[in-house]
Design a protein around this ligand. Structure first.
Ligand code: BES
Ligand code: MN
Ligand code: ZN
Length: 461
C-alpha cells in the first residue's frame, strides 16, 4: 500500500512559485533578472499546469515556476498543481505564492494524491516529488485524508479474484485492528439466511460466502452509521450483464471501499462520533442456486420484494443492512453505493449524486464539497415516483420497468428501509475513466472528503 505523506519539515525544500496568468508581471517585478529572462525565453505565461525548472549557477534546481492559469481554467481542472508535481524530478519541494489556506490545503492534498499508484501486481511506487507542508496547514489531517483515499482506491482496484467477500472482511478487520474498532461478522451458514435474508439470497449463488460486516468505534457523541455496497463482483446474476457492461464490475464494492476510507478519515481525524460501518459483502454470481426473476423475497424488516431483475442486486443487499442500521436508531444513516447506471448517465463519472430530505444537510454538504473540491450534486427523493416501485404482487419492485428515473427510484427503494430516520444516500461511480490530476485511471473515492468536511455541521459537533 502506498503511503502518501509530507516531507520532513527540516529538509531543505525547493520553492515552487505558483503564478497565475494575471500575476505574471508581479512575479517578474520581484524575481532575479536571470529567472525573468529564462521564463520569457521558455514562453512561460502562467498557463495552468505549465512547469518551468529554474536552475542555479551550479545547475541544480533553484526553484520551480508553476502556472496557475485563470479562475476559469482552474474551475475546469481541480488539483492543477498535482500535474506539476507529476512532472518534477525526485526531491523535496514547498509551495510559494498561494495565500488562501483553503486553496493551499486542497493543492497540497492533490500533490500528496499525485503520488498514488496501484502497485499490487506490477510496478513500484513512484519516488517522486515530495511536498513539505506549509506551516499554516493541518498536515496530519491532510495525511489522514490521503490515507483514507488510498485505502478506497486500493480496495476498488484490487480485482475480484483477490477481493471477494472474505478479503473485503479481512480489509475491514485490518482497519478495525489498527483503530480499535470492534468487528462483528455474520457469515452465511451462521444465521445469515434467517437474519439478513436478502443478503443471503443475492450472495448464495457464489461459493464465496456472503456476509455482513459490522464495525463500531467510540462510545460518546452522535451516532453515525455508514452503509456501503459491497458487491465484490456483479455479473448481473441470471439477468446476466453483456460483456461490455460487466468489464468494470470489480468496482461494484466501491461504496464499501468509500465508507471504509471515510471511516478511517473520521477516526484518524478524531471526529467525536459513535461510528458504525455496515457492509453487505456478496458476489452476484450465476449458478443453479441463483435467485430468479419473479421470485418474491421477504426482507429483514418484513417488506416483500418482487425480483424483476437480478441485476438490481445492490438495493437488495443494502435494504437488509439499512434495516439493521435503523434498529439502532442512529442520528444519521449514510449509504454509498455504485447503485445505478442511470446515475452515471445523468451526471457522469466526476460528480457524486446524493439524496437527502434535509435542506440544512444539503446546504452543508454542497458548501463543503465546493471547499474541498469533491463535487456532489443533489437529486430528489421525488415522492410521486414512489408508485413506480410498487408492483402490486409484493410491497416493492426491485427493478421498475419503464426506464424512468433509475437513480431516484433506487434511492426511494432504499429509503423504505431506513425507518424514517435522518438519511443521506450517494449513488457513486467510484471509477476515474481516464487519468486526471491527482487521480490516475482506476478506483477513486467520491463524496467522502465532502462528507468529512460537512459532518461537524450536519451532526452539530
Ligand atoms: N452495479 C450496477 C450499477 C452500475 C452499473 C453502476 C454501471 C455503475 C456503472 C447495478 O447493480 C445494476 O446493475 N443496476 C441496474 C439496475 C436495473 C437493472 C434496474 C442498472 O443500473 O442498469
Ligand atoms: Mn447489478
Ligand atoms: Zn451492482
Amino acid at each position: 500500500m502506498t503511503s502518501l505523506t509530507f516531507a520532513d519539515a527540516d529538509t531543505p525544500a525547493i520553492p515552487v512559485h505558483v503564478v497565475p496568468e494575471a500575476g505574471l508581471e508581479a512575479w517578474q517585478a520581484d524575481a532575479p533578472a536571470a529567472w525573468v529572462t529564462l521564463s520569457e525565453a521558455q514562453g512561460f505565461s502562467g498557463k495552468l499546469g505549465q512547469t518551468l525548472i529554474l536552475p542555479g549557477q551550479d545547475g541544480a534546481i533553484d526553484a520551480v515556476l508553476a502556472g496557475y492559469g485563470t479562475e476559469a481554467a482552474r474551475a475546469r481542472k481541480r488539483f492543477a498543481l498535482a500535474s506539476v508535481a507529476a512532472k518534477l524530478p525526485a526531491g523535496t519541494y514547498r509551495l510559494a505564492g498561494l495565500d488562501e489556506v483553503a486553496t493551499l490545503a486542497e493543492e497540497s492534498l492533490g500533490w500528496l494524491l499525485s503520488g498514488y499508484k496501484f502497485t499490487r501486481y506490477a510496478g513500484k511506487p513512484a519516488d517522486g516529488a515530495l511536498l513539505q507542508a506549509d506551516p499554516r496547514l493541518d498536515a496530519p489531517r491532510l495525511e489522514a485524508i490521503a490515507a483514507g483515499e488510498v485505502l478506497t482506491r486500493d480496495l476498488i482496484n484490487t480485482p475480484a479474484n483477490d477481493m471477494g467477500p472474505e478479503e473485503l472482511e479481512a480489509a475491514a478487520q485490518t482497519l478495525a485492528d489498527r483503530t480499535g474498532a470492534t468487528c462483528h461478522v455474520i457469515r452465511d451458514g451462521d444465521l445469515l439466511a434467517e437474519n439478513l435474508p436478502l443478503i443471503h439470497t443475492v450472495g448464495r449463488a457464489s461459493p464465496r460466502r456472503p456476509r455482513l460486516i459490522d464495525l463500531r468505534w467510540g462510545g460518546t457523541g452522535p451516532k453515525l452509521t455508514l452503509v456501503g455496497k459491497g458487491v465484490c463482483f456483479d455479473t448481473g446474476g441470471l439477468n446476466l450483464k453483456p460483456g461490455g457492461s460487466m468489464a468494470l464490475m470489480k468496482k461494484d464494492m466501491g461504496g464499501s471501499a468509500t465508507v471504509l476510507g471515510l471511516a478511517q478519515m473520521i477516526v484518524d481525524t478524531k471526529l467525536p462520533v459513535q461510528l458504525r460501518v455496515l457492509i453487505p459483502a456478496v458476489e452476484n454470481a450465476v449458478s443453479g442456486a441463483a435467485f430468479r426473476p419473479g421470485d418474491v423475497l421477504t426482507a429483514r424488516n418484513g417488506l416483500t420484494v418482487e425480483i424483476n431483475n437480478t441485476d438490481a442486486e445492490g438495493r437488495l443487499v443494502l435494504a437488509d443492512a439499512l434495516a439493521l442500521a435503523a434498529e439502532d436508531a442512529p442520528d444519521l444513516i449514510v449509504s454509498m453505493a455504485t447503485l445505478t447506471g442511470a446515475a452515471r448517465v445523468a451526471v457522469g463519472p466526476d460528480l457524486a449524486p446524493y439524496y437527502t430530505t434535509d435542506p440544512a444537510h444539503a446546504a452543508a454538504l454542497s458548501a463543503a464539497a465546493h471547499d474541498v473540491r469533491d463535487p456532489v450534486w443533489q437529486l430528489p427523493f421525488h415522492a410521486p415516483y414512489e408508485d413506480m416501485i410498487e408492483p402490486g404482487i409484493a410491497d416493492l419492485d426491485n427493478a421498475p420497468s419503464g426506464g424512468f428515473a433509475g437513480s431516484i427510484t433506487a434511492a426511494l427503494f432504499l429509503r423504505r428501509f431506513t425507518g424514517g430516520l435522518g438519511y443521506m444516500h450517494f449513488d457513486i461511480y467510484g471509477w476515474q475513466p481516464s487519468a486526471a490530476p491527482a487521480r490516475p485511471k482506476g478506483g477513486v473515492g467520491q463524496g467522502a472528503r465532502a462528507l468529512l468536511a460537512a459532518l461537524p455541521k450536519i451532526l452539530n459537533l
